[in-house]
Design a protein around this ligand. Sequence first.
Ligand code: GBH
Length: 479
Amino acid sequence: QFETEKMTDTDFPKDFLFGAASASYQIEGAWNKDGKGENIWDHYTHQNPNLIRDHSNGDIACDSYHKYKEDVQLLKTVGFNAYRFSISWSRILPKGDDSLVNEKGIKYYSDLIDELLANGIQPMVTMYHWDLPEPLDKIGGWTNPVLADYFEAYARILFIKLGNRVKLWITLNEPMEVVHGYGSVDYPPFLNYNGVGEYLAAHTLIRAHAKVYHLYNNEFRTEQKGLIGITLNSDFSFPKTTSKDDIEAAQTAMQFFLGWFAHPIHSKEGDYPSVMRQRIDENSKKEGRFKSRLPRFTQEEIESIRGSSDFFGLNHYTSRYASKGQSGKVPSVEYDSGVMKTIDPSWPGSASEWLKVVPSGFRHLLKWIKKEYGDKPIIVTENGFSDKGELNDDDRIRYYSSYLQELSKAIKDDKCNVIGYTAWSIMDNFEWCKGYTERFGIYQVDFTSPDRTRKPKKSVKFFQKLIETRIVPEEINAV
Ligand code: GBH
């Protein structure tokens, strides 16, 4: 009976957006071609190759700047109806500000968009996926509030030049990770201003996002009729034990992780989560500061930020256990949260140390978002698994199969309003500080060949079948 039920019913609706994702610095290469300016990833990887595990960089990457037509065919072969890619700010504005607009850079994205549309694939465009123009880093990057104005100027050019054909815009990818670069030495610009830099940068990023949302609303939406939102990343935090402390710690972990950005933008009340306000204010006072390390929005800002996203863009990969306890440097975001995070040794791993396979966390997270922020449409803009790049990627298929089954349950049983899903990633690419040592693609890329030859992995077949049947293939009969 279970079988018949499965046959007459599908896991995903017909109009569901199924696609794959990428990001400019991770795939394009052509780092200094046709007038592109330098960004922070060009700058720091060139200045100190030791920052990258295999001493590599994105100078050539997958060479998608030259191979975009082939890339569109890769997407089409799978049957995807959407492609999420990002625009390199420095390719459009080589100096970061709008003193110089690079028409050749615009043409590249314009051609890519045309090629996608000609092949029935809907472009989903991220304006900023971490590759800040280097001149803007020199003035403090996102810790400088003026960046919000620069970002707005950049967005205006994108709307003018590309907005007639782009109906899905994402302002920022994972601001949570962007700010990490200001509070640690893990990412450019390696500012290492723990517990201060993150909050300053986050404040600007949130304001920048809302400015661009309103720019679109006020000047472009009526004519261009698209949707615009932000992509936030989140693990799901399970309480480590059933103790009251750990249950509370898990909620705090969610607020400090996802709530930091989601509460100001997606909640009814707006502003930072109260638990952040309270804990950071308190710690700041204990440290003898006159002012909290967590900046304040004006009332006007709270209102213009609240509701400034047409959908909930969500990147999700993995989960953690949360328990009450103090860890991390003083000051730091980790310390402020008062939460300790651990993993379960039984969770299967991947090539990335941080990425453990915990499919049930995905459904819990979607339910948590519905409970906290209501029924706004959700687009899962990233989800994926890393290995060493083999063609027989059974572990990746197992990952996708189990995560997509949880997603389907969240849609069908929990009535979560998820309207799309783009897998990370269409092809192996430059995995930031891990270089080319961890591979997320469903297509393999040969980085030793000047052609950067692409080959389908077994998971391509998995996605073909999924899209054709709208039913999640079980790992065993995936091929
Ligand atoms: C996404 O971030 C990015 O949007 C995408 O560009 C990237 O390629 C993809 O994930 C895969 O990583 O190394 O222990 O310091 C996902 C969230 C948060 C995952 C930071 C890696 C680093 C952990 N990322 N995390 S560690």
